[in-house]
Design a protein around this ligand. Structure first.
Ligand SMILES: Nc1ncnc2c1ncn2[C@@H]1O[C@H](COP(=O)(O)OP(=O)(O)OP(=O)(O)O)[C@@H](O)[C@H]1O
Ligand SMILES: [Mg+2]
Length: 246
């Protein structure tokens, strides 16, 4: 692992019964970069992210986050990471305030420090006026802001985003991507950005890993990959790779 790597994944595998959900995958994400993690439905993106967070145990290989082994030091990894799951239902009866207090408590945060952190996040995501509104009444875009706020409650150095723009309208998507870009640029946060939306990747990522049926079919600089495949655009590259691996 290079000292400049925030996430290092080496021959990582996860098998469920007879399904090779993640199959001998290796790639590294440098500190401070927004790294695209692409693949169709069932490619193994979520399984990889869940392994990084210690929520699933690998069946082979290894990985580390900021030098901490994901199996032996998963608590340290979780303290350093923020996580926005792809699909999760916010607790309908909580408000942004009570939900963020709950998530903060899980990180061992409390008191004035936590309240100040929550105030800053609510302001940042323009949720101040609805801080006491029940989450069950929130639109997709508002829910996503609450989701991102909870992922940032512990001031993470690494952010794992699992298909974060799904369901957002064009303005919501634009604002979300700009926010992520700012976070990486101004605060040096490392972002692993899982998606199957090519335009999102092209907008904010310079490097990508592409999974197909659990296997890594390409990784590296987006520009280099495009040139290598002499494709008109990323769509063609992606389809070529997916078909080649099928
Ligand atoms: N808990 C589980 N038990 C059995 N199989 C699973 C489990 N979790 C995932 N899988 C299988 O592992 C494979 C990879 O799934 P995963 O959710 O990681 O893909 P993904 O790339 O996140 O897909 P999507 O874009 O649909 O979210 C799929 O074949 C899925 O059915
Ligand atoms: Mg997924």
């Amino acid at each position: 692992m290079a000292i400049s790597d925030a996430i290092s994944i080496n021959h990582l595998s996860k098998t469920f019964a007879d399904i090779r959900a993640v199959d001998d995958v290796s790639f590294a994400v440098r500190k401070g970069e927004i790294y695209g993690f692409m693949g169709h439905n069932g490619a193994g993106k979520t399984t990889t992210i869940r392994m990084l967070l210690g929520l699933l145990k690998p069946t082979g290989g290894a990985a580390s986050v900021l030098g901490h082994d994901i199996v032996g030091q998963s608590l340290a990894v979780r303290q350093l990471c923020g996580f926005l799951p792809g699909s999760y239902a916010l607790p309908k009866d909580l408000t942004p305030l009570s939900f963020l207090r709950y998530v903060g408590a899980m990180f061992g945060l409390s008191g004035k420090g936590l309240d100040l952190r929550i105030d800053a996040l609510l302001e940042q995501f323009e949720l101040g006026a609805v801080r006491h509104k029940r989450l069950g009444q929130f639109s997709t875009g508002m829910s996503q802001k609450v989701g991102l706020a909870q992922a940032l409650i512990n001031d993470p150095q690494v952010l794992l985003l699992d298909e974060p723009t799904a369901g957002l309208d064009p303005i919501g998507r634009h604002d979300f991507l700009e926010f992520i870009r700012t976070l990486a640029r101004d605060r040096g946060v490392t972002v692993l950005f899982s998606t199957h939306i090519l335009t999102d990747i092209e907008r904010i990522c310079e490097r990508v890993a592409i999974l197909h049926r659990g296997k890594l079919v390409a990784s590296g600089e987006l520009g280099t990959l495009k040139a290598q495949y002499h494709a008109d655009g990323m769509d063609d590259l992606y389809l070529t790779l997916a078909r080649a691996a099928a």
